[in-house]
Design a protein around this ligand. Structure first.
Ligand code: NDP
Length: 259
């Protein structure tokens, strides 16, 4: 097989949590352009449906939306049942839904702490566990990719975000743990750690908008990343070309964490 053929996802099925917009949408588009059928799993079903319809119209694959709350085990189970009924297989799981609450540790409420941990860490566990169990049951040697962050590696400043940082560090160790447990089934588990990316998580947050210039001054490349700049790295992790890559975290941050 020639090298570019190894990047094909032709005939494969992928779910993307938090896939309605932002990084999830860009990655879903990349997977679709590589030939995968797509399930956009998101809380925001209207936006998810819009995204799925766009992919189906533009990329010539099947793309559907499913309303899913990654913090609810029943909702995640329903997602897997839906995929099984619709496609009868799942090869790639991008466990990506996440939020950030910027609050100093001394003022952080239990509710805010729990919300961030539940979506960013427990939600990734529930999505990855359901995908992994399905792949094991079906004998599918699939790929699971979790979204961590450069905030798993450094404490980003000046904004306070201890729950976010802790949740993302947890995603990296969860990823390594699952990679070890599921290597015997041929299921690979990796994570990505993006730097600041210009999505609504950043650009629509009144707390974060004023900080964008500060971050850009600190950044070696003096800019935010674009969601599309995560397409090739996630395609690499999703496809069979990365068959010996598991338990890895790939940092894509324009060298932000290098100093
Ligand atoms: P966005 O806020 O643009 O998109 C996140 C999507 O996830 C939204 O559609 C949101 O729906 C959905 N979502 C939120 N909660 C849940 C839930 N419980 N179940 C299912 N879906 C949910 O974020 P980004 O695209 O920027 O971020 C995606 C991931 O990348 C996150 O994990 C984030 O932490 C991580 N990341 C982002 C960086 C950045 O700079 N943007 C940098 C590093 C990592 P709704 O609108 O209804 O809330």
């Amino acid at each position: 097989m020639k090298v570019l053929e190894k990047f094909s996802l032709q005939g494969k099925v992928a779910f993307i949590t938090g896939g309605a917009r932002g990084i999830g949408k860009a990655v879903a588009t990349g997977f679709a352009q590589a030939g995968a059928n797509i399930v956009i799993a998101d809380l925001d079903i209207d936006e998810a449906t819009k995204t799925a319809n766009e992919l189906a119209a533009n990329e010539g694959v099947q793309a559907v939306a499913f309303k899913c709350d990654v913090t609810d085990p029943k909702s995640v189970e329903a997602l897997i049942n839906f995929i099984d009924e619709k496609f009868g297989a799942l090869h790639v799981a991008f466990c990506n839904a996440g939020i950030c609450i910027n609050e100093p540790a001394k003022d952080m409420t239990y509710e805010h702490w729990s919300k961030v941990i539940n979506i960013n860490l427990t939600g990734v566990f529930l999505s990855a566990q359901a995908a992994g169990n399905y792949m094991i049951k079906k004998g599918i040697k699939g790929s699971i990719i979790n979204t961590a962050s450069m905030s798993a590696h450094i404490v980003n400043v000046p904004q306070p975000q201890c729950a976010y940082n802790a949740s993302k560090a947890g995603v990296i160790m969860l990823t390594k743990s699952l990679a070890i447990e599921w290597a015997q089934y041929g299921i690979r588990v990796n994570s990505i750690s993006p730097g600041y990316i210009g999505t609504e998580l950043v650009k629509a947050s009144p707390t974060l908008i004023p900080l964008i210039n500060t971050w850009n001054e600190m950044a070696p490349m003096h800019r935010l990343g674009e969601p599309e700049e995560l397409q090739t790295v996630t395609l690499y992790l999703a496809c069979d070309g990365s068959s010996f890559t598991t338990g890895s975290d790939v940092v894509v941050d324009g060298a932000f964490t290098c100093f």
